[in-house]
Every structure is written in structure tokens, then in C-alpha cells.
Design a protein around this ligand. Structure first.
Ligand code: ADP
Length: 349
């Protein structure tokens, strides 16, 4: 329970008045009228005396604390001098404001520490990822310069390997640029009405030869679907579907089947990319969207993976106010799912 200075002053004044009047009533010759006058003046006198004493003491301190806060130039300390002075219990108010502020600052400090840790890890990961293809290309070229170039077969093989490493480096740098742009919000999304069914067919065409080389068949479900119009950034959503189908080809089983299913819901289309590959173990499932997280590092590198594909997918979908989810069963396959809203009527007019 908390008391305001006014309430405390009132109770103390009543107490002082009662004691005074009771004592005075024992004094011979004191009339009722005298007791009344003394009582009233004592009540008012002591009330104002106590009230101003508390008030001055409390507010002097409060003002002092307020000035200190002002000196600290805390912009996000949202308490005005007026509201503080006017509040019933300023010390309590100040106390609660300070503790809210301290909690908020603590959260900010924790967040900054986490980001710092994350930045350090990211820098270490990037340097490592850059080092691998650079060292490989450097190794092949130096070996050639040291004499291996005399053998035309070795020359051809090593040049091809160096070129492959540099292609990997190029893919990595491009993915890093995309990721940092999406994260910084620099990448302006250009929302328009697009036919996701048509886009998927185009992507299937582009990935056809890669799928064929592993004997994988690509299918859209439902078969008889004519079109599926959604509101999205065409280029970025193409990138999402390409990454998911490309992964399904790379990590799915040979001679397997990949199905892109487009389901119509109430206000959106649900798009799933499903393969019948080896699946992803539960301990990896939550982490595959992290940057550079790979289940099988050598398989990923061998297939030209940068380890950034799913992180990019996640960020692009976030920018579409959508989310990617994944379910997987070992030896049965993996299914990635996301939603996109129906095309806008206004845009199609
Ligand atoms: P990468 O460039 O290595 O393909 P991604 O971010 O696209 O990076 O994927 C992260 C990891 O998730 C991959 O290295 C792979 O181990 C795993 N993965 C992604 N898609 C599938 C899938 N369809 N089936 C099995 N594993 C997958």
C-alpha cells in the first residue's frame, strides 16, 4: 500500500489535533468553543506544516534525481518534469520509471552482446569460406607455374579445377552481397502480380539438365492447375524456388522425384517443394537456415553450394511477410513450405 504526502499529512494532522484536544479538555476552565477553535486551527495548521515539510523534502530530492537524469541526456527516458511533479507519489513513479529503463537497457546490452558475438562468428566463417576456394585456385596455378604446365593433360585438368574454385568464389561473393542487401533492407522489393505456376515451369526448364544428370523428375501439383497469381517480387521469389528445387536436386536421391505443390487456401497460396531424398535429421533441421550451416560440408562444396542458399530464402520470405517451414523424415524426404498472398485486385486493374 502506498500513501501520498497529502494523505500522510492529513492523518498526522488528525492525530496531532486529537491529542491536543484530548489534553486540553482536561484543563479546567476550557470551554467547548475553545476546544473547537483550537481543534480546527490545529488541524489546518499541522496539516499544512506536515504537508509542506514532506512535500519540500520529497520534491527537492525528486528534482535532484530528475536533473541527474537530464544530465545523462537519456533520450528514451520518457518522463516529463510536469507529470512527475503532478503525480501522487513521485518517488514511486520515478522508481518504477528507472527500473523499467534499467530493464530495457539491460535487454539492449544483451542484444548488443549477442550481435557482437554473431558478428565475430560471421567474420570468422566468411574468412574461412573465402580462404577455401582462393587457396585451392592458388595451389593449382602455382603447381602449373612450377612446371606442371608442360604436360597438356595436367594443364587442362588443373586449369579446370582452378576455374571451378573461382566459380565457387564468385557464387559465394554474390550470395554474400544478396544476403547483406536483404538483411540491411537495401534490396527494394518490387511487388507485382505474378503467376507462380508459370514461374515454376520456367525454373524447371532452367534446371532440367541438372535434374536429368541425376535422373530426377520434376513435377507440379495439381497437374491441371492453369495459373496461380500471387503478389510478390518476381525475381526474388524465383530465387527462392530455384534455391529450393536446386537443393532438392543436389541433396535428394538419384532417380528421385521432386514435386512443387501449389495449394489454394482462403487468402493465400501455399507452395511446397518436396523431394524423396535421404531427409534431414531433427538435430540439423532447425539449423539449416543459419548462414554456412551444412549437414555434409564436402557434398555441399562439391555441388557448388555456398551454405547461404537457405539463409537467403528465409530473408527473402521474411521481406514478403512470409515464413519458410520444413518437415523431413529420414529416408523418406524433405518438404519446404511457404505462403504467398493472392494477387492484388487493384494492381491487376
Ligand atoms: P548449400 O549451399 O550448402 O546448399 P543451403 O543453405 O542451401 O546451402 O542448405 C544448407 C544445408 O541444408 C545443405 O548444405 C544441405 O546439407 C541441407 N539441405 C538443404 N536442402 C536439403 C534437402 N532438400 N534435402 C537434404 N538436405 C538439404
Amino acid at each position: 500500500m502506498s500513501f501520498s504526502p497529502r494523505t500522510i499529512a492529513f492523518f498526522l494532522a488528525v492525530l496531532i489535533t486529537t491529542i491536543t484536544v484530548v489534553f486540553l479538555s482536561f484543563v479546567p476552565g476550557v470551554t467547548a468553543a475553545m476546544l473547537f477553535v483550537v481543534g480546527v486551527s490545529c488541524l489546518f495548521g499541522s496539516f499544512f506544516f506536515v504537508f509542506y515539510t514532506i512535500d519540500i523534502l520529497v520534491f527537492r530530492e525528486v528534482e535532484q534525481i530528475y536533473k541527474t537524469i537530464q544530465k545523462m541526456k537519456i533520450r528514451d527516458f520518457d518522463i516529463s518534469r510536469k507529470s512527475l511533479i503532478r503525480s501522487v507519489n513521485p518517488i514511486k513513479r520515478l522508481n518504477s520509471e528507472i527500473s523499467t529503463y534499467v530493464t530495457r537497457k539491460q535487454q539492449e546490452i544483451d542484444e548488443l552482446k549477442k550481435m557482437e558475438q554473431f558478428r565475430r562468428e560471421f567474420l570468422a566463417d566468411v574468412s574461412h569460406e573465402l580462404k577455401t576456394p582462393i587457396f585451392a585456385a592458388q595451389g593449382f596455378i602455382h603447381t602449373l607455374l612450377d612446371g606442371a604446365k608442360e604436360d597438356p593433360k595436367v594443364l587442362d585438368r588443373f586449369l579446370n579445377k582452378a576455374a571451378k574454385s573461382l566459380d565457387g568464389l564468385d557464387a559465394l561473393v554474390r550470395d554474400l552481397v544478396t544476403l547483406s542487401q536483404v538483411e540491411k533492407g537495401d534490396l527494394k522489393m518490387h511487388f507485382e502480380n505474378i503467376d507462380i505456376k508459370h514461374i515454376t515451369e520456367d525454373i524447371f526448364e532452367q534446371l532440367e539438365s541438372k535434374a536429368q544428370s541425376r535422373g530426377v523428375t520434376l513435377k507440379i501439383k495439381p497437374k491441371d492447375m492453369q495459373s496461380a497469381w500471387v503478389l510478390a517480387d518476381k525475381q526474388r521469389i524465383s530465387q527462392v524456388i530455384t534455391n529450393l528445387v536446386d537443393n532438392a536436386i543436389k541433396y535428394g536421391k538419384e532417380n528421385g522425384k521432386i514435386i512443387v505443390e501449389i495449394e489454394e487456401e482462403k487468402k493465400y497460396y501455399q507452395i511446397s517443394v518436396e523431394d524423396d531424398g535421404p531427409g534431414i535429421a531433427p538435430e540439423h533441421l532447425a539449423r539449416i537456415f543459419e548462414r554456412f550451416y551444412r549437414i555434409d560440408k564436402s557434398r555441399s562444396r562439391e555441388t557448388g553450394g555456398t551454405g547461404l542458399g537457405l539463409a537467403i530464402v528465409k530473408h527473402i520470405l521474411n521481406a514478403h511477410h512470409s515464413k519458410i517451414s520444413v518437415t523431413s523424415k529420414i529416408d523418406k524426404g524433405t518438404r519446404f513450405t511457404f505462403k504467398l498472398p493472392f494477387a492484388s485486385q487493384e494492381l491487376s486493374r
